[in-house]
Design a binder for this molecule. Structure first.
Ligand code: ATP
Ligand code: MG
Length: 404
């Protein structure tokens, strides 16, 4: 079927009262960015819906990209028809012939926004229901949950016919909730945490701690690749690499074994918070899941979290590993995440980290460090790169060039 437009129904933003306009504008911008590869498209957003005019672009390529944009409840690809009954009847018949298989039921859902049109919605329902039965005499009408729901809408400019409703990504448009710094390791949990924060409208920047030569170039690349997997949901991600080697060596030198993990995490959090302030972020997001490992017990959270009063969002805190993996598979980060490269924490991890660290001890041990100097040097060495669909494409082309 040659669709001419896609009608988009907004998600939760319809309940947002005064903020509605901001939400719709942000969504329109995000849709534009997600569909930048289709230059002929035209997007019109109004109070209740968004209309994407395809102008000849292929709906089958547009739909998968649109399905990833947060803030959309569902959408219906539709066909524009001249506002004349014979043309509408003919198109209804053509569509039903194409989608009908024996046993399927149908109904017509007509809506007339243009009140000057010759038939009202009841009249349209009857007339077009008749046209369907004329095309397929054995087809049954069913009002509740029909297999085929033919929606016809008479608008000012034309009539629109649709028969599929595709579920959108839900959530809120990315950017409407402000900015957060995602602590992105190379693991399974943090990309999922980032995805879930974005789903609630947070614009995410990725902060990654690297400790070369203890951690390899591959771990860094893996973290970047994971960030890239999140790009379709946001358009672009700033990837912030923090040089962490000196700090880890220093911690290892002055802190007793049992507290290495706690102090390392405190430093990571301090640095992420400093970066958040520089980048005008509001919150920090991480992939901690309660009880998963030693650093993620409640006692550890108390001993680590104390370094900042910035809210820390932990989207996967109460999920089981299997639940997190389910989402990782859905967003295609799982395969990448399980590649076995050492990350900066595993290398310096003591054989037996304290699962119940004491806050007062953590403070004492941390005081042995030259915090100010260490942090200043790490912040001077930040490397910020933008990861976008374009970088992903360039990379693909490079790989292809190698292949040739
Ligand atoms: P993940 O699967 O996200 O790596 P994990 O279960 O392995 O999590 P930890 O290694 O204890 O757990 O890390 C807990 C959280 O700390 C991570 O989810 C991430 O948000 C943050 N984190 C850990 N290592 C790094 C790193 N090298 N760079 C940035 N953030 C990190
Ligand atoms: Mg990890």
């Amino acid at each position: 079927m040659k669709y001419t437009e896609i009608m988009v129904r907004y998600g939760e933003l319809s309940t947002k009262g005064k903020n509605r306009k901001t939400f719709i504008m942000q969504l329109a911008q995000n849709v534009k960015r997600a569909l930048a590869d289709f230059p002929a498209l035209k997007i019109h957003a109004d109070r209740d819906r968004m209309h994407i005019l395809l102008n000849g672009e292929d709906s089958e390529e547009v739909i998968p990209k649109l399905s990833k944009v947060f803030g959309i409840q569902n959408f219906s690809p539709s066909i524009r028809i001249e506002k004349e009954m014979p043309a509408i009847r003919a198109m209804v018949q053509e569509v039903v012939r194409e989608v009908y298989t024996p046993g399927k039921t149908f109904k017509i859902t007509a809506k007339r926004s243009d009140h000057s049109f010759e038939l009202d919605s009841n009249g349209l329902n009857q007339e077009l229901g008749g046209a369907v039965i004329e095309a397929i005499p054995e087809i049954q009408v069913q009002m509740k949950k029909p297999d085929i729901n033919l929606r016809i809408e008479i608008r000012k400019d034309a009539a629109y016919l649709s028969y599929e409703t595709i579920r959108g990504a839900g959530g809120l448009p990315v950017g409407t909730s402000g900015r957060g710094m995602l602590m992105l390791s190379g693991g399974i949990d943090s990309p999922v945490a980032g995805y879930l924060a974005m789903k609630r409208g947070v614009e995410v920047e990725a902060v990654h701690f690297a400790s070369p030569p203890y951690t390899s170039e591959q771990v860094l690349q893996k973290a970047k690749d994971l960030a890239e997997k999140l790009v379709p949901y946001v358009g672009t991600i700033q990837f912030i690499e923090v040089p962490f080697t000196e700090i880890q060596e220093e911690i290892k030198r002055v802190v007793p074994q049992g507290y290495l993990m706690t102090i390392t995490r405190r430093l990571m959090l301090r640095l992420t918070d400093a970066i958040r302030e520089m980048r005008k972020g509001l919150v920090i997001i991480n992939g901690e899941s309660l009880g998963q490992v030693a650093s993620q017990t409640l006692q550890s959270m108390v001993a680590i979290n104390e370094v900042t009063s910035t809210p820390i969002i932990r989207p996967v805190v109460s999920m089981d590993k299997t639940e997190i993996i389910e989402i990782a598979e859905k967003i295609d980060t799982f395969e990448l995440a399980i590649q076995p490269f050492e990350d900066c924490c595993t290398i310096f991890a003591p054989p037996q980290p304290k699962t119940r660290p004491r806050l007062d001890k953590a403070q004492d041990y941390e005081a042995r460090l030259d915090l100010e100097g260490l942090m200043a040097r790490a912040l001077e060495g930040l490397k910020i790169t933008e990861i976008s669909a374009e970088t992903a494409k360039d990379k693909q082309e490079d790989e292809f060039a190698d292949f040739l």
